[in-house]
Design a protein around this ligand. Structure first.
Ligand code: 13P
Length: 253
């Protein structure tokens, strides 16, 4: 059985004080939810203070929104996987749609980042998803397949325990327009089939696939009730403790 995994991607939001307070509030809510894996993913500059705010008090894991693939050196502005490990980070997002489509990261670059995260012993959350024009052109499966194959290139199945996939249709992110439970399940089942081809059936059966895109307390139950939806990657609603707590509660099966 796959443990449900809910992660809050705080994106480029919050002051240091707000990040500490929110981390502590999530840790408090997590006490009642032993069967749910919970992560918070602050901006780089808030990782240390968020980690400090919950240290020793909670099983909530800390994530990073990005990483650079080189180990160290003259890469101004970048952050390595080793630096993240040193801060106590457990998860790293790779290929979030805002990195793909706003910053312009390619599948080839993301594959290097994925390998850097895996080599550091951290868990990678590989984000995939189609844009609205791609969905309208019936390209959803093709886009997700390419992003999976290219992103996971060279990853041995023995490392699959360090892998989470997040299906985040770009048109659902920050729009208030979530995928329906049927749309989410259809793509998640497709993703799992592709994971069978890339790895094998038992490996694919163990990989969590999160849904992301306008997840709220009010739609979490129906989305998370789908057989291949193993959790959620939450943006806006993860910044409001009551909304996020509602999503966490929905994950408790
Ligand atoms: P929203 O929940 O704000 O739509 O964002 C989703 C997301 O991008 C999480 O990574």
């Amino acid at each position: 059985m796959r443990t449900p995994f809910i992660a809050g991607n705080w994106k480029m939001n919050l002051t240091k004080g707000e990040a500490k307070a929110l981390a502590a509030a999530v840790a408090e809510k997590a006490k009642d939810l032993p069967g749910v894996e919970i992560g918070i993913i602050p901006a780089f500059v808030h990782i240390a203070c968020a980690a400090c705010a919950i240290k020793g008090k909670s099983s909530v894991g800390i994530g990073a929104q990005d990483v650079y693939f080189e180990k160290n050196g003259a890469f101004t502005g970048e952050v390595s996987a080793a630096m993240l490990t040193d801060l106590g980070v457990k998860y790293v997002l790779v290929g979030h749609s805002e990195r793909r489509h706003v910053i312009g990261e390619t599948d080839a670059l993301l594959n290097k980042k994925l390998h850097a995260v895996i080599a550091a012993g951290l868990t990678v959350i590989l984000c995939i998803g189609e844009k609205i024009e791609q969905r309208k052109a019936n390209q959803t499966f093709n886009v997700c397949k390419t992003q999976l194959i290219e992103g996971l290139k060279g990853l041995d199945k023995s490392k699959a325990g360090q892998l989470v996939i997040a299906y985040e249709p770009v048109w659902a992110i920050g729009t208030g327009l979530n995928a329906t439970k049927e749309q989410a399940q259809e793509v998640h089942a497709f993703v799992r089939d592709e994971l069978v081809k890339i790895f094998d059936a038992p490996t694919a059966a163990g990989i969590r696939i999160q849904y992301g895109g306008s997840v709220k307390a009010s739609n979490a139950v129906e989305l998370l009730s789908q057989p291949d939806v193993d959790g959620a990657l939450v943006g806006g609603a993860s910044l409001k403790i009551d909304e996020f707590a509602g999503i966490l509660a929905a994950a408790k099966k």
